[in-house]
Design a protein around this ligand. Structure first.
Ligand SMILES: Nc1ncnc2c1ncn2[C@@H]1O[C@H](COP(=O)(O)OP(=O)(O)OP(=O)(O)O)[C@@H](O)[C@H]1O
Ligand SMILES: [Mg+2]
Length: 361
C-alpha cells in the first residue's frame, strides 16, 4: 500500500497558475476524491500523479520516493478515464490481459488472472465479445479490469462513470467501492459530481480554482463546510444563503430578512461587530414548509413545488428572497398559497459575507 504526499505542488500552463500550492497526504489504501466544478484542476492534479503532466513547483512522493522525475511506467500507477479507451479490435479477454502480455508473464498465469478479474467485475460471460458488443457499463468494467489486473501501487480514476446513464452510474459506484475495499489499493478519484464523491470516498478534497477549499470525511464536509463555496457546492439541492447582519454582539443577535434570531453558538468577540454583514446558510431539508402556523413560523408565499418522490421541495418567497424547503407530499397547498416556514436555529451556519468564510472556522 502506498501513501501519496503533495508538498507545495503547483502547476502553470504558460504563465497561468492552474494548481496553486497543494499540501496533502493521501493515506495508504484510502479512497480519496478530488471534487470540484469543471476547470478547477482535477484532471491536471491526477495527471501529475500519473506522470502525464509535469510539476511546476513542489514535489509528489509515493511513500518516501519523490516521483517528480519518474516516467509514468516507472510510477506503477493504473488509470481509468471517462472514455474507456479499450482496444476495439481485441476481445474483452485480450483487453483485460493486455497489461500482463506486456510484462512477459506465462500464458497460463495470464489466463488464471484474467478469469479471476473477470469474476471480480462480473464479466465472465463476456470474455469473447468485442467492446462494440458491450453496454457502456460493461465497457467501463473492462477498463476497470484492465487497470486492476496489474495490481498497481496506485489507482487513478478520472470521471470513470460520467458516460453512463444515471442508474448505471449509481450501480457502478457501489461496485467500484467494493472492488477498491477488496483490493486495498490507494485510489485517487476525480469527479465534478458531489453526490458521487460523498458516496464513494473515505475522504474528499473540494477543489476550486486550483486550491483545496476543504478536505475531510464526507459527512464532516457536508455538516461543517468551511466556506460559502463548499457549502454551496456540496449537497443537492444547494444550501440556501440568506443575507443577514449582526444586530447585537452580546448576546449575539442577527437580523435576517427582518426577523431577529438569537444565536446560542459561541464566537470569539473579535469576530463580532455590530452591523457586520453575514450570510445565513441553511439546507433545504432543514426548512419545513407547512400550511399551519407553528411557534416561530414565518409567513411566506409558495412559488414552486417539485416532487422528490417521498416528499416535496417547495420554493417560497420570503420578503423577496427565494428559499427552498421541504414539505410532506400530502400537504395541501399550491403555487401562490400563503404558508409558513420554520428555520431551526441549531441548523443554521453563519458565514462572513465579505470573505465567504464560515464564522469561527
Ligand atoms: N495543456 C493545457 N494547456 C493549457 N491550459 C490547460 C491545459 N490543460 C488544462 N488547462 C487548463 O487548466 C485548467 C484546469 O483544467 P483541468 O482539465 O485540470 O480541469 P478539470 O477540473 O479536470 O475540469 P473538467 O471537470 O472539465 O474535466 C483549465 O482552466 C484548463 O483550461
Ligand atoms: Mg477533467
Amino acid at each position: 500500500m502506498t501513501e501519496i504526499r503533495f508538498e507545495g505542488v503547483t502547476k502553470s500552463f504558460k504563465d497561468v497558475g492552474v494548481i496553486k500550492g497543494i499540501d496533502l497526504k493521501i493515506r495508504e489504501g484510502e479512497f480519496f476524491t478530488f471534487v470540484g466544478p469543471s476547470g478547477c484542476g482535477k484532471s491536471t492534479l491526477l495527471n501529475m500523479i500519473a506522470g502525464l503532466e509535469s510539476i511546476t513547483e513542489g514535489s509528489i512522493y509515493f511513500d518516501d520516493t519523490m516521483v517528480n522525475d519518474l516516467s509514468p511506467k516507472d510510477r506503477d500507477v493504473a488509470m481509468v478515464f471517462q472514455s474507456y479507451a479499450l482496444y476495439p479490435h481485441m476481445t474483452v479477454y485480450e483487453n483485460i490481459a493486455f497489461p500482463l502480455r506486456m510484462k512477459e508473464i506465462a500464458k497460463s498465469e495470464i489466463d488464471r488472472e484474467v478469469k479471476r478479474i473477470a469474476a471480480l467485475i462480473g464479466l465472465e460471460e463476456m470474455l469473447n465479445k468485442k467492446p462494440k458488443e458491450l453496454s457502456g457499463g460493461q465497457r467501463q468494467r473492462v477498463a476497470l479490469g484492465r487497470a486492476i489486473i496489474r495490481r498497481p501501487k496506485v489507482f487513478l480514476m478520472d470521471e470513470p462513470l460520467s458516460n453512463l446513464d444515471a442508474r448505471l452510474r449509481v450501480e457502478m459506484r457501489g461496485e467500484i467501492k467494493k472492488l477498491q475495499k477488496g483490493l486495498k489499493i490507494t485510489t485517487v478519484y476525480v469527479t465534478h459530481d458531489q453526490s458521487e464523491a460523498l458516496s464513494l470516498s473515505d475522504r474528499i478534497a473540494v477543489l476550486h480554482h486550483g486550491e483545496i477549499q476543504q478536505c475531510g470525511i464526507p459527512s464532516d464536509v457536508y455538516m461543517n463546510p468551511s466556506n460559502v463555496f463548499v457549502a454551496g457546492f456540496i449537497g443537492s439541492p444547494s444550501m440556501n444563503f440568506i443575507e443577514a447582519y449582526i444586530r447585537r454582539c452580546e448576546p449575539l443577535e442577527i437580523d435576517c430578512n427582518g426577523i431577529l434570531f438569537s444565536v446560542n453558538e459561541y464566537f470569539s468577540p473579535d469576530l463580532l461587530k455590530s452591523g457586520k454583514e453575514l450570510l445565513l446558510g441553511i439546507r433545504p431539508e432543514d426548512i419545513t414548509v407547512s400550511a399551519n402556523k407553528s411557534e416561530g413560523g414565518i409567513e411566506v408565499k409558495v412559488s414552486m413545488i417539485e416532487s422528490a418522490g417521498s416528499f416535496n421541495y417547495v420554493d417560497v418567497i420570503w420578503n423577496n428572497v427565494t428559499v427552498k424547503g421541504i414539505s410532506k407530499i400530502n400537504d395541501d397547498f399550491k403555487a401562490g398559497s400563503r404558508v409558513f416556514i420554520e428555520i431551526p436555529l441549531d441548523k443554521i451556519i453563519l458565514f462572513d459575507k465579505k470573505s465567504g468564510i464560515r464564522l469561527g472556522a
